[in-house]
Ligand binder design. Structure first.
Ligand SMILES: [Zn+2]
Length: 107
């Protein structure tokens, strides 16, 4: 039996909040997060993920001026880790909250 790391999902630290966590795709459609502490866009490892929240009905679909309908509501949480500086953190991706307009760190 292999020994698995038991991941502890905490709220993301200050290092990933207020627009400090960036990322991009490379040659294909895979998305990479960059270390918020290292210079030079060091790619983070994803050590684990979990479904943080899931809803059959997505209330955001009913927001004013929203033309699209989602299959369901979800929030996924990822455990991220930098092999370069050992920084460990957590980030969420969701379709339940704000999903439009221009990016601003003031939201
Ligand atoms: Zn780093």
């Amino acid at each position: 039996m292999s020994k698995k790391m038991k991941m502890n999902f905490k709220h993301g630290s200050e290092a990933v909040q207020n627009g400090k966590l960036h990322g991009a795709t490379a040659l294909t459609d895979y998305f990479y997060f960059f270390c918020p502490k290292c210079e030079g866009d060091k790619i983070l490892r994803l050590l684990d993920y979990r479904i943080y929240e899931e809803k059959e009905i997505n209330p955001y679909d009913e927001e004013e001026n929203i033309k699209s309908k989602s299959a369901k509501g979800f929030t996924l949480q990822f455990q991220i880790y930098c092999e370069n500086c050992n920084h460990s953190d957590t980030v969420k991706i969701s379709n339940l909250g704000y999903q439009g307009g221009d990016h601003s760190t003031n939201r």
